[in-house]
Design a protein around this ligand. Structure first.
Ligand code: CA
Length: 362
């Protein structure tokens, strides 16, 4: 609309009264909607999207605004890929492995079982060719991705009864995120995909026997300890799950170069800041949970070994059928193997000694 006709239609007094400036006067203004897959109550993981939104606004003098919506507010938690793909929203903040039902290849942008820890995932994505491979895969969904958060190694979850042997897994209805359910299925588990905000009632009602979410801080907030007392570790299906900002490619390409750079930097900030927040908050939360009568237990070596074996079979099965998965897996696997060996030297010795030393100090 031309300025003259705009004024003619609304009247200059009307414009001033409403405080509305004609659109052409607002060059550089970009307004996006972001759908998170997470509930607002989780300041950690939902907070990743807020970090991005606040930084982008602050760095552009509020010209680039990203409005953040919680899971289910404008898009269902598991519907965000479709919404970004078809342009209903410009971007989403999510755990990409939720979409393994569309294609298991999605999970490389988050975590796959017996995969990498937070730092190793960053190493692969940022300096090991991972991001390029992953974005190549996402093109058919009109999506470009940015690493925008991590939870670190997760806990194995909340169980109503003890899980001592591999046989105890049989028939267990277990809410588990992402591809972790695939190897467990081979061992008799019935995996359940349930968004974070809906897990507690399912566990309380007994619709499910067990549930994993993230770690002590988030899990405490969601209240699982009130309905299941056995808290297992580690969540071997999530050694360092990455959260991503998924952006519609067309919308991204339409941004000025400065906004692209600012958005990327804000995602890097969310990536580091979320991990730091989890690390800062988890120790005290774990102490509180134990104080509430929670029984902290490691998965047995037998269970871990059976899950590891089942996982390798799952990867071989998927890679044989899915060339997109295979392309990334063939790059990912040797990178992970080298990382694990390297981390087994200085980091592992240091961490093991420090753990022992902290126990000695008591
Ligand atoms: Ca999880």
């Amino acid at each position: 609309m031309q300025r003259r006709s705009f004024i003619a239609h609304t009247g200059l007094a009307g414009i001033l009264a409403a405080g509305v400036a004609p659109a052409f006067a607002q060059s550089g203004e970009v307004r996006w909607r972001l759908a998170s897959s997470f509930p607002k109550s989780l300041d950690t993981i939902f907070g990743g999207a807020e970090t991005i939104s606040k930084r982008v606004a602050a760095a552009t003098g509020n010209k680039f605004q990203i409005q953040v919506f919680a899971g289910g507010e404008i898009v269902p938690p598991f519907g965000v890929v479709d919404a970004v793909q078809n342009g209903t929203i410009q971007c989403a903040h999510t755990a990409p492995y939720y979409f393994f039902g569309k294609d298991p290849t999605f999970a490389f942008g988050c975590a796959i079982p017996f995969g990498m820890n937070n730092r190793q995932q960053n190493a692969w994505m940022m300096h090991g060719g991972g991001r390029q491979l992953y974005n190549d895969f996402l093109k058919e969904y009109n999506i470009v991705s940015f690493g925008a958060g991590n939870t670190g190694s997760q806990m194995g979850g909340w169980f109503r009864k003890e899980i001592r042997t591999v046989a105890d897994l049989k028939g267990l209805k277990f809410r588990i995120g992402g591809t972790g359910g695939l190897p467990l299925q081979k061992l008799g588990v019935v995996p359940q995909q349930i968004p974070g905000g809906e897990i507690y009632p399912a566990l309380e009602r007994g619709t499910i026997d067990a549930a994993e979410w993230v770690g002590p801080y988030d899990d405490e907030k969601l209240g699982f300890y009130k309905v299941a007392k056995f808290y297992y570790y580690p969540g071997w299906w999530e050694g360092g799950p990455e959260l991503d900002l998924f952006v519609n490619i067309k919308e991204y390409n339409a941004l000025p170069a400065e906004y692209k750079a600012i958005l990327e930097a804000a995602c890097h900030e969310a990536n580091i800041s979320m991990m730091a927040k989890y690390d800062a908050l988890n120790p005290a939360a774990l102490k509180r949970l134990i104080g509430n009568g929670v029984k902290l237990l490691p998965f047995s070596n037998d269970i871990m070994a059976a899950c590891y074996k089942a996982t390798q079979e799952v990867y071989e099965d998927i890679a044989a059928k899915n060339s997109k998965f295979k392309t990334i897996y063939d790059s990912w696997k040797p990178f992970r193997d080298e990382q694990v060996q390297w981390f087994g030297v200085a980091e592992a010795r240091f961490d093991t000694f420090m753990g022992a030393a902290s126990r000695l100090r008591k």
